[in-house]
Write a protein that binds this ligand. Sequence first.
Ligand code: DX5
Ligand code: ZN
Length: 220
Amino acid sequence: MKISPSILSADFTILGLELKALEDGGADYVHVDVMDGRFVPNITIGPFVVEAIRRGTGLPLDVHLMIEEPERYIDEFARAGSSIITVHVEATRHLHKTVQAIKGHGLKAGVSLNPGTPASALEAIMDDADLILVMSVNPGFSGQGFIPSSLAKIRTVRGMIAASGRNIELEVDGGIKAGNIAEVASAGADVFVSGSGIFSTPDYGATIGEMKKRLASVKA
Ligand code: DX5
Ligand code: ZN
């Protein structure tokens, strides 16, 4: 079980210190939300900032592309130092080709679903994806509430992963806090993105520790 804090909720005037606090606090990945103002209304960060984040931490960079035609930018985000690149099924006409392009850089390829997209949209990519990202909010902004119907989708995707016989990570993103992480884990997730759930608390390490404690109780 891994915690992937979303850097979007960090204080960007002290990004290096924020990264250090996450690393010292026991984060497993750093989740980087890339938005283009087209696939989602918001515009956030590009490869230039990903490259700076890469220099600011030794943690794997879990780069979530919320952009149209992500295939146009795979090479740039790979060169910037991504460890995992996740694309949305809704954003590309060429999902298989895009996933192969990510893997061609030696990176883990993630595939994400918006809340309104059924799990069945993953069927043809289960032999290739290294990570599935179930969005539990509509992407675009941090600080939204967890959509309860996401739990059923997480259970369905967990079943699909088991049937594939492959080692695919199941990540969930949006509205996750210490208070609901155990429920999300019970549904079958094993990587948990959290933005405001970590950055709105005074001690990131204590919050990540509390999340891991609650996850340990699910496994037992
Ligand atoms: C939403 C982003 C999320 C977001 C998570 O579009 O993909 O990663 O930053 O933030 P919280 O945990 O506050 O919902
Ligand atoms: Zn995200």
